[in-house]
Design a protein around this ligand. Structure first.
Ligand code: AFP
Length: 340
């Protein structure tokens, strides 16, 4: 019988990947895994407990109704980061501003965490998979002082680690520290994440595309051309591809990571800058995609090269299998050249 590798063992084994590692990043990853187990418990009970399920009544900074579980998950992660001592501040999709932890203990933390506590939360009431997405950066401000906005607004290429937790038919934690991507499945009988998907690679080409096609008529021509390409019949290239859209980015991305595919959310008249948030959603998934052999772009620029200007910045987002993303980018370029 082969030995099970738990997430903790794996994190400890990998500590030597970092020069001068002192174990703080390992402890931080461990804190994230513990918080995600608590959120898993709450998500699993959501259908049972009226007090947890449904809208909280408030609006977040994006003007979206906050779900109770969003708030619960947000508080859970923040509590864990504040108590851990590795993190000097956080920014979360649910909060208007970033939070600089004010104890001397936390001010000594080397890292900041940017996260979306519960992505896809408008799906909670209909029992569809949702997820937590996180991004870890080394602070740029001085250790011992308060975290600053500059700590939060680093380009995605500066990420030290990123990952997501998918609360699906099972709970999975997938993360990278820049040395490949590994996936762990929570075994509820022992309460441990176990290595189930070592060294994940995204197939170069898939057969599934993922887009809110309600937006197709208001999307730019290059995107319309790509979707038309996906829908054309050509047995030699296995087309038409299948359309698959959950509306929960983590779940849609996870499928592409495993099976190959592409996720597209362009700018639209109702979201002129794009729908998805650069620092909470796009950067962490872009880091994972690239580490797995995929690509992430706005259609015109590599996501990880963008220098964020504000916390809740949105961008057009295309992520997935290398050859599929390259094709959309070509079609966007072609359509833009013709328009000029
Ligand atoms: P919520 O967290 O508000 O449900 O937003 C989810 C999301 O950011 C992403 O996970 C989805 O892919 C996308 O929005 C869905 O947007 P549409 O409902 O416009 O398709």
């Amino acid at each position: 019988m082969s030995k099970v590798t738990t997430l903790n063992e794996f994190i400890m084994d990998r500590q030597h990947d970092f020069a001068y590692a002192t174990g703080e990043l390992s402890r931080l990853l461990n804190d994230i895994s513990v918080a995600s187990k608590i959120v898993t418990r709450d998500v699993r009970r959501a259908g049972l407990v009226d007090a947890i399920q449904g809208a909280q009544g408030g609006m977040n900074i994006q003007g979206e109704a906050q779900q109770k579980l969003d708030v619960i998950a947000d508080n859970q992660f923040i509590k864990m980061f504040e108590a851990g001592g590795e993190v000097c501040g956080i920014a979360s999709e649910e909060n208007d501003d970033f939070v600089a932890f004010d104890s001397d203990f936390s001010k000594k933390g080397k890292y900041v965490v940017l996260f979306d506590p519960l992505d896809g939360s408008s799906n909670i009431d209909v029992n569809v998979s949702i997820g937590t997405i996180f991004s870890i950066y080394r602070r740029t401000s001085k250790v011992g002082e308060s975290a600053t906005i500059e700590d939060m607004l680093q380009s995605g290429a500066e990420q030290i680690a990123a990952g997501y937790v998918l609360y699906g038919s099972s709970t999975m934690l997938v993360y990278t520290t820049g040395f490949g991507v590994n996936g762990f499945t929570l075994d509820p009988s022992i309460g441990e994440y176990c290595l189930s998907h070592p060294n994940m690679r995204m197939p170069e080409l898939g057969r599934q595309y993922s887009m809110n096609e309600g937006n197709i008529k208001v999307s730019e021509k290059g995107i319309q051309d790509y979707i038309a390409y996906c829908q054309e019949t050509d047995p030699a290239t296995n087309r038409p591809y299948s359309g698959r859209y959950i509306g929960s980015l983590v779940a849609d991305f996870h499928r592409s990571l495993i099976k190959g595919g592409i996720y597209i959310y362009p700018d639209t008249p109702s979201h002129p800058e794009g729908r998805l948030r650069l620092i909470y959603e796009c950067n962490p998934l872009a880091f994972i995609a690239e580490q797995a052999g995929g690509l992430a772009t706005t259609g015109r620029k590599r996501v990880l090269d963008i220098k964020p200007e504000k916390l809740h910045q949105r961008i057009p987002f295309i992520i997935g299998s290398k050859k599929m993303v390259e094709r959309v980018v070509n079609l966007i370029e072609k359509a833009s050249t013709v328009e000029q």
